[in-house]
Design a protein around this ligand. Structure first.
Ligand code: NDP
Ligand code: 8X3
Length: 252
């Protein structure tokens, strides 16, 4: 059976991706910092018949990442698909009003965390002469929008890393893909807006946003193409969203 490793599986896209692959009976490694949520998800997926391993760590902590992945039990060491999904936006400010703690959080999680995890997973894929790395980027990795500055920069970095990894790993038969969603209602805005429920709800007011299950379907499709097919990049928005700055909201 194939093994998928999903970072950031305690909520949103990562959780829905785990649920989707569980339906197809993949063996699943789930990561996130919130251990109780990982335990709940592990129980849910196991009840559906999947083999599941919870791997709680903070992707920003290089030592924790190294320890967790290098000490994987033998039967979990052969990872077929890595979903680099853990990520976040912190704050929504003009660049002149931004704060460096938020900048560090985003850069450390979205860019450095992705690198630490990937570096640990690549050797097994090289040995197996196959594998698939799917990076969760964003339309913020394709465009820049007002108050998006550092978040957009981190997702542009993910975009560049995806392209670069695909070149570096070409000779090893490893696929590298990027999925770039637009507005999706998960815990993303709640995290970005630091727990302000009303403001987070307002982000999705007046249009039908994507939901986590939409992204899980797409990731499943990307990961299950025949061996000779690699989807490089896939941009998906709600129908009401043309790009980061054109979103059609219905007013009541
Ligand atoms: P959620 O906030 O719902 O989920 C984020 C997940 O990332 C959680 O499981 C969280 O787990 C995990 N995570 C965050 N920081 C860390 C960390 N330091 N170490 C390990 N895990 C971490 O957001 P989404 O599901 O929406 O976001 C998932 C990805 O998709 C992100 O990379 C985001 O940038 C991207 N994205 C989101 C879009 C959206 O509109 N929702 C659109 C485009 C891209 P825990 O807190 O337990 O650690
Ligand atoms: C999240 C989508 O448009 O808020 O990556 O940047 S957006």
């Amino acid at each position: 059976m194939s093994v998928i490793f999903i970072t950031g599986a305690t909520a949103g896209f990562g959780k829905a991706i785990a649920q989707k692959f569980s339906e197809a009976k993949w063996d699943i490694i789930i990561n996130g910092r919130r251990k109780e949520r990982l335990a709940q998800l592990e129980e849910e997926l196991k009840a559906k018949g999947s083999k599941v391993l919870s791997l709680p760590f903070d992707v920003r902590n290089e030592q924790e990442v190294n320890n967790a992945i290098q000490q994987l039990p033998q039967e979990w060491k052969k990872i077929d698909v890595l979903i680099n999904n853990a990520g976040l936006a912190a704050g929504s400010n003009l660049i002149q009003d931004g704060n460096s703690a938020d900048w560090n959080t985003m850069i450390d999680t979205n860019v450095k965390g992705l690198l630490y995890v990937t570096q640990n997973v690549i050797p097994g894929m090289i040995a197996a002469k196959k594998g698939h790395i799917i990076n969760m980027s964003s339309i913020a990795g394709k465009e820049a929008y007002m108050k998006g500055n550092v978040y957009c920069a981190t997702k542009h970095a993910v975009d560049a890393l995806t392209k670069s990894m695909r070149v570096d790993l070409l000779e090893h038969g490893i696929k590298v893909s990027s999925v770039d969603p637009g507005a999706a209602e998960t815990e993303f805005s709640l995290v970005r807006l630091k727990g302000d429920v009303e403001k987070a709800k307002a982000v999705y007011k007046g249009f039908q946003p994507l939901v986590a299950e939409d992204i899980a379907e797409i990731v499943y499709f990307v990961a299950t193409r025949p061996a000779h097919v690699c989807i490089n990049d896939l941009i998906v928005t709600p129908t009401a969203q043309a790009n980061t700055s054109h979103l059609l909201r219905k007013t009541e």
